[in-house]
Design a protein around this ligand. Structure first.
Ligand SMILES: [Zn+2]
Ligand SMILES: [Zn+2]
Length: 432
């Protein structure tokens, strides 16, 4: 996605005046975790100019084949290979066709097939490039030239549907919900008030607590949880109990500088291979927030690894299950967890399930987010940042959660810090 955004930015810089609208479409716009080609869609009255600019992009290694001759009739399609090895396709359409084209080329294929069937039932025309107006002949006679829709909202409205966010376009019930005007109001980055998972120089992070706090506050957060690794994860410099106590003093110091921002002390605590946690209960109790994570022993059999996760979920001090399946995209399948049993236990214990934003994790994935929410679970969206810039990556977690139909209410870190703490301390006695 950053590459697609860079391509669009460069294209805008070179051919800006000729470009009315520009978007990365296809699976990129649907924010899928893995993306094939980069599909760019541009609305322009001057397609030849846009096509020429595209061929001068610095990321371009070679143009594949000659630009389509259709440029003469107001459209262009060019494919190219980038230096990164990826393939990029540029399609230029007239602005009057933007809505039909944007809808069609965003997909997914399954979503479009369902829309096409719906169009058929309603006697509307679905051409090879998306929905066209049914009153086409009439429109021509009345002098309205374009048979296409200029906005996506018009496309969906013509089918009797509310506009559907791209992340939901997988034919997984979104069309029915759009017909009933019952689509979820999806969580957005702006809804997040805190980030509950990050590392500092106390373990394997690259910045101090004060630096992470300042960076998070500058990004508009009201609170963060510092969650360095626990003692047994030796390679990351996990904290023993004594250093955890020293860290608490540093956190108190940082907090004394702010009246509008709060640093909470957490820990990312290993779920050890026997299912026990890496700190004793007295230590867990002292922490503001406990994230329990599986990093080791992920090759264990299904029963064993599921039992470990369940043991953590049933520990009353555990607030969040971190990156629940342990998958690493492209490198490692998740643990052989019985995920349905784990989600059920999280629902019963009220343990929060994390959507980890690291791009090689994106764990939970959208299917399991949706399953968890249907069971009544809460999720958190966390960066797992190891540096101030790492906080930015939370955007990816937001997209995963959106693809899992999550609303702001489903995400614990959209709540103010006091509500968040009330929730995780819900089983404890009142203080006075
Ligand atoms: Zn972790
Ligand atoms: Zn972590």
């Amino acid at each position: 996605l950053p590459r697609a955004q860079a391509l669009l930015a460069e294209l805008q810089a070179m051919a800006g005046p000729a470009i009315a609208r520009a978007e990365a479409v296809g699976s990129l716009r649907r924010r899928r975790e893995t993306v094939g080609n980069i599909d760019l869609l541009v609305a322009s009255e001057r397609p030849a100019e846009v096509a020429a600019a595209f061929q001068r992009l610095t990321q371009l290694a070679e143009v594949l084949g000659a630009p389509a001759s259709a440029i003469s009739v107001g459209e262009a399609l060019i494919s190219a290979r980038l230096h990164s090895g990826e393939r990029a396709d540029l399609r230029v359409v007239p602005p009057a066709r933007w809505g039909s084209a944007l809808q069609y080329f965003t997909g997914s294929q399954m979503h479009n097939m369902a829309l096409r069937a719906l169009a058929g039932q309603q006697g509307l025309a679905w051409s090879d490039d998306g929905l066209t107006r049914s009153d086409r002949g009439e429109a021509r006679e009345s002098g309205r030239e374009s048979p296409w829709y200029a906005t996506e909202e018009e496309v969906y409205a013509a089918l009797g549907l509310a506009w559907i966010p791209p992340e939901l376009r997988e034919n997984q019930g979104e069309i029915e919900a759009a017909r009933e005007h019952d689509l979820p109001n999806l969580v957005s980055r702006a809804n997040l008030r805190g980030d509950l998972h990050m590392h500092t120089v106390w373990s394997d992070g690259g910045a101090t607590i004060a630096e992470m706090a300042a960076a998070a506050r500058a990004r508009g957060y009201e609170y963060i949880v510092i969650s360095d690794h626990s003692q047994s994860l030796g390679i990351t410099g996990g904290l023993d109990v004594e250093r955890l106590g020293q860290q608490r003093i540093e956190i108190l110091n940082v907090n004394s500088r702010y009246s509008d921002f709060r640093v909470l002390q957490g820990a990312e605590v290993e779920i050890k291979s026997d299912g026990s946690l890496d700190y004793p209960d007295e230590v867990l109790e002292m922490l503001d927030v406990v994230i329990a994570s599986l990093h080791t022993g992920l090759r264990q059999g299904r029963d064993q690894v599921t039992r470990r996760a369940l043991a953590a979920l049933h520990n009353p001090h555990v607030d969040i299950l971190g990156h629940p399946t342990g998958r690493l995209l492209g490198r490692r399948e998740g643990a052989a967890l019985d995920i349905d049993v784990v989600l059920q236990a999280a629902a019963e214990t009220g343990t929060i399930l994390e959507v980890n934003s690291q791009i090689d994790r994106l764990d939970l994935d959208p299917i399991h987010v949706r399953a968890a929410l249907e069971l009544g679970c809460l999720i958190s969206i966390d960066s797992d940042a190891h540096s101030p810039q790492g906080l930015e990556i939370i955007e990816y977690g937001v997209w995963q959660a959106r693809r899992g139909w999550a609303t702001a209410d489903d995400v614990i870190n959209t709540r103010p810090v006091s509500d968040f703490l009330d929730y995780i301390h819900r089983f404890e006695d009142g203080g006075d």
